[in-house]
Design a protein around this ligand. Sequence first.
Ligand SMILES: C[S@@+](CC[C@H](N)C(=O)[O-])C[C@H]1O[C@@H](n2cnc3c(N)ncnc32)[C@H](O)[C@@H]1O
Length: 256
Amino acid sequence: MDKIRQLVLGPTNKVKQSIEKYLEKEGLKMSPKECMSLLWVNLKVCCINLVEFFKVAVNYYGNMKFLKADISLRLMYLFHNPYKISKRFLINKGEKDIYAYGETPLTSMDLITKECHITDKDHVFELGAGRGRTSFWMSTVLGCNVTGVEYVPEFVERADMIIKKLKMQNIKFVQGDMLKVDLKGATACYLYGTCLDDASIKKMAVKLAKLPKGTKIITVSYPLADYADVGSFELMKRFSVAYTWGNADVFLQIVK
Ligand SMILES: C[S@@+](CC[C@H](N)C(=O)[O-])C[C@H]1O[C@@H](n2cnc3c(N)ncnc32)[C@H](O)[C@@H]1O
């Protein structure tokens, strides 16, 4: 019995000791238990990403334009982590709140655009487009016009390189602050801006309320009516969508 206990506990203790050593070396104040649960979360995210990868390959890689754009994006960011690029930009900008960068899984974007009836007749403005993966997906798979607005120059420069290389017509990126960029021509806007503070969301809501009547505004986690004058928007739909960090409510509202 003792031998069996030793066999099981021996390696476990060794793992525990090496974790403790590593944490001490890195100066991290974390118990091995907390560290293990973080590793577990990481493992879960890896599995979710793997499943998402296969779903994307099966469902959308038949579209050659998207396949080329997505492979270009993957190669371009092979050694340049978008999370790090975004973090570096925020630090250099002197932001106090360094939020984590995130992307909408394409299968979720598929659900969102179906629920919101986005078609090839639409001109979608993606407000805070990140490295542009969702914008590329909408322009190639849905065939709509897309303008991605993003304030990290590195993301925009790289997305522009792909547009040029693949001679894409119905997509462009604008480097700048979404609060200041001209949204003329938009029939729909997608705002996954969980990182925006309340003051910025309010400013954005006031700006979006001035768009032509009937413009679709899709927001993640919060409805715009909470931030604009009463009667500026009509909430059409609310539904739940999976993001890598968990489920979130998505709101479709139209400008009144
Ligand atoms: C959560 S990511 C979403 C990326 C992409 N829309 C998606 O769904 O996969 C938000 C992006 O918004 C950008 N962003 C945040 N505030 C912005 C602003 N005021 N103007 C332009 N871009 C902004 C960030 O740099 C980041 O890339």
